[in-house]
Design a protein around this ligand. Structure first.
Ligand code: SF4
Length: 363
């Protein structure tokens, strides 16, 4: 069972099983070709599966409206995991999607016990981060779950036919608050269509979030017959930077956050798990195991924007032309430069984030 609030890792075998279980489709060549130019996550094959993304492509071809919906649980600073989803929504906005971004403060209360007041300050910071990544606030609707009537009304409407057995089957035995948070998320995902108009809506997520999408699709079919059942894309989750199964707050060396001391980020990247061989001689002879390497992967997930640099790195690594020491040094420079630039942009986006959320705060 996939637990959206849990800490389990999803390996390749799980991936195949879950693709079948959740009725997902792999990205075929036709879809890949039509999207790759505009979307680095498709192009780099980080996005590996979808459900009904064809609806989005058709809407784009017809110049019809479509939406991209995503969100963040305001439980801490921006980190490598949230960076992926946030960058995806920015790219999908640039492809023409109307953007909807949710601050999941009800979920951070139910899952982590964070009060709405504490979540509010984190939310400003998180929103400033995604604006610094390039989300255009003039073409985005941003809401906090605790203040948005639309999403709070949806659970009452859809819960009529939901039984305990259904929720247990979907999520396992959980506190009632988490079931409630899942129903609030149904509201988040449907908000673009409730607030504006029926239109295809894509939600870019990791595979661990697949149960929320399935629940929303099932309930849309029952209660919102005129709506499009939400589409989704799935990216591979990054394992821990240090080679552990999953990035987790319980293991600080498994990830870094965007507001961490630069020296600490440098240290963690320098200690990252690589695909290097046992000795320099072996690496020159056999080449590195690039696919396993966290340095390569975090560059690929967004810190390196230039495809050519990535391709060259891949080939040099596989061909044994580069060793891990100098490679890590170069990666540290790229990552630190990225973070510094991001922080500079964030100085400008913080007041905008504050303004957007205080507007919602007064409602
Ligand atoms: S050379 Fe670079 S990409 Fe290759 S395994 Fe070592 S650190 Fe990773």
């Amino acid at each position: 069972m996939v637990d959206p609030w849990g800490t389990q890792n999803i390996n390749n075998e799980d991936e195949e099983r879950l693709i079948k279980e959740f009725g997902l489709q792999p990205i075929d060549d036709v879809m890949w070709m039509s999207v790759k130019e505009h979307n680095s996550y498709f192009r780099r094959r980080i996005t590996f599966a979808h459900r009904d993304f064809d609806l989005i492509i058709k809407a784009m071809e017809r110049n019809a409206p479509w939406a991209v919906m995503s969100g963040i649980k305001p439980s801490g600073s921006f980190h490598l995991g949230t960076f992926t989803t946030a960058s995806e929504i920015v790219e999908l906005q640039n492809m023409g999607g109307r953007s909807y971004y949710c601050i999941a403060d009800i979920e951070s209360w139910e899952d982590n016990g964070i009060s709405y007041a504490d979540a509010y300050n984190t939310a400003i910071d998180n929103l400033a981060d995604i604006l610094a990544l390039g989300l255009n606030p003039n073409r985005a609707y941003v809401w906090r779950q605790s203040k948005e009537r639309i999403v709070k009304n949806v659970p009452f409407k859809v819960a009529r036919k939901i039984t305990n057995a259904w929720m247990r089957d979907m999520y396992g035995d959980k506190e009632f608050g988490l079931y409630l948070a899942a129903l609030i998320q149904v509201g988040d995902i449907l908000l673009p269509q409730i607030k504006d108009e029926p239109m295809p809506t894509v939600v870019p997520v990791g595979l661990d979030q697949a149960p929320h999408l399935r629940l929303t699709r099932d309930l849309t079919e029952i209660y919102y017959k005129k709506f499009f059942k939400p589409s989704s894309t799935y990216h591979r989750l990054l394992p821990g930077l240090d080679g552990s199964e999953k990035m987790s707050k319980r293991n600080p060396n498994s990830y870094f956050s965007f507001d961490e001391e630069l020296e600490s980020i440098k240290y963690k990247v320098s200690k990252a798990f690589t695909g290097g061989r046992g000795s320099a001689e072996e690496q020159r002879r056999l080449g590195g195991e690039t696919e396993k390497c966290m340095i390569y992967r975090i560059l690929m997930y967004g810190f390196e924007k230039d495809d050519k640099v990535l391709t060259d790195l891949y080939q040099d690594c596989r061909g044994g032309k580069i060793l891990c020491g100098p490679c890590k040094k170069r990666a540290i420079e790229t990552i630190i430069t990225y973070i510094k630039n991001h922080r500079e942009r964030k100085q400008d986006t913080l007041p905008i984030a504050r303004e957007i959320l205080s507007r919602k705060h007064k409602r």
